[in-house]
Design a protein around this ligand. Sequence first.
Ligand code: BGC
Length: 660
Amino acid sequence: MTAAELTFDEQAALTAGVDLWHTAGVDRIGLAGIGVTDGPSGARGAEFMGSASTSLPCGTALASTWNRELIGRVGRLLGDEARARGACVLLAPTVNLHRHPLGGRNFECYSEDPYLTAEIAVAYIDGVQSRGVGCAVKHFACNDQETDRMEIDVVVDERTRRELYLLPFEAAVRRAGVWAVMAAYNRVDGRYCSEHPGLLTDLLRSEWGFDGVVMSDWFGTHSAAALGAGLDLEMPGPPMALGHHLAAAVEVGDVTADDVEQAAGRVRALIERTAPSRVRDGTSEPPDEVARAAATEAIVLLANDGVLPLDASAAAQIAVIGWRAERPEFQGGGSAQVNPPYVISPVQGIADRVGEDRVTFRTGRVAPRPAPISGAVRLDFFAAGDLSGTPLHRDTVRETTAVWIGEPAPGVPSTFSARMATSLTPDVSGSWTISVSGVGAARLYFDGELVGDTTGASSGAGILGLFTTPVEAEVALVAGSTHQVTAELDAAAADGPIAIAGLTIEVRPPIRPDAVEHAVRAAADAEVAVVVVGRDDPETEGLDAASMDLPPDQVELIGLAAAANPRTIVVVNAAAPVTMDWVDDVAAVVQLSYLGQETGTALAAVLFGDADASGRLTTTYPLRIEDAPAHPHFPGRDGTVEYAEGVFVGYRHYDTNGIE
Ligand code: BGC
């Protein structure tokens, strides 16, 4: 039976999602809709906080392996994990380029170089699709910044466009035979990418021969005419422009019945392609092994005066310094986030390798940053507004932070209310700060007493800037005492088109005036000091970075440790470039990036020489942000960004102009 045998309404229904993560099917002919899931570094499934998914290195780190075979293994694992979570399409890989070091989503993308990006993408897609799960390569095209990402108009000349920004997509289509393409939010030539006939029809289909499905980025469909321009599938649903809206659009002549039939036929073909019976031979390897191999090969040794590798058998004491050594950034923010089964921190990885007794850990913080409370956290879900009686669902998580998209659990409506409960046992006496923020209205109780309410607080924090700014309270605590901490959320109070809810409780210990002093003493007393540094906030979707500089306290810590111990190794826990004015003052520099759940194990393997530090950078680190080729034209003005540097992106610019 062909799509032509479907009724018009059935065809129209196929062109749109039914909810956040599922496409429509046609019951009459037994055609079930399919699930889709983010994303590049882990297959999350339909829930942000649901069952754990393997957390793999971010895109930049994966590409740093320069290893197609390894990327293929990663792809096969992701394909299997996606299917195990009910998804037949993985919303990945992200093949936009590192046009500028401050691009918020660079961590997700592979490189400044289109050739490397294409090679990694082809291996990744081949791996995923070999498991019968389609890839939706994204974001087509020129989605290289987060500032004004829904509207920005990219002006880029034809040669630059083809040689750089389109090349990875072309490889994904022509070489990897990718099954789906996600249209970007932004505009090119003044037109939204999701309704750009030049990109979607002339180039993608006619010139490159793409036979798969073009889907919109989430809430990125603006008109029914998009279908005529080459878009097949509006995501998510319920639809705002395609789907059941198409009958009226055909009537007024915005699209033709023929366009609808063709788009529906392609969506149907995608559904049929993902049938379990089509899975090719072979299975993926154990997740932790793949995650560890990828993380280890991703690490880049940027400088080494001979201090590395360290001798694991010697009895020497190792000072591990910096709060990121204990709370590493293991993934970037936004839709690429997954809920990992575990994360091995740098300090844990080192202690596991040489024994706890050889490690002295000091945070070295000048002013501690707020962090969620770790431990057993109970979540109870109720129907809207009603936090009494038996919960509709109960969950246990590891930290006091949660995000839900749509229904948080089967049988719990997206307009739910929730209670998050845990306990806090302070390790230091003094004035602690405790805060609550939410997507929705949140209240915070400390030992049963109301201490915070987000009503009236402005939003703009946390994931995608949807959380309210944290509402804080000060509590005087005694070390070793135990306190009940509870927060309540009314998800129905979240506004906006997306059914997203979230709740975060954070605590900030009192400032220890002697923390830096302790760290420096530990560095001086040890044989070697490993200083792990990073940004305050992770690199994230939705926001470009404000600066390439590390926070001043991190730079200060490097300087003090290096002065105290000439054998100081700096480990940079950032995915995008950071300024390294201190590079000549230290014995070694290790680029850790965001490595997923095996962060600490991989780091230890490289530090102790169990594994070769075989990773290589995929992007050029300028000495100063002003040296970056896109610097004068980033992030654009008045709704337009000109790629005026043309083809001279990254090393092409630095090499041509003799810039270090
Ligand atoms: C992102 C996509 C992602 C989608 C679904 C969008 O905001 O740009 O990369 O796949 O959300 O989470």
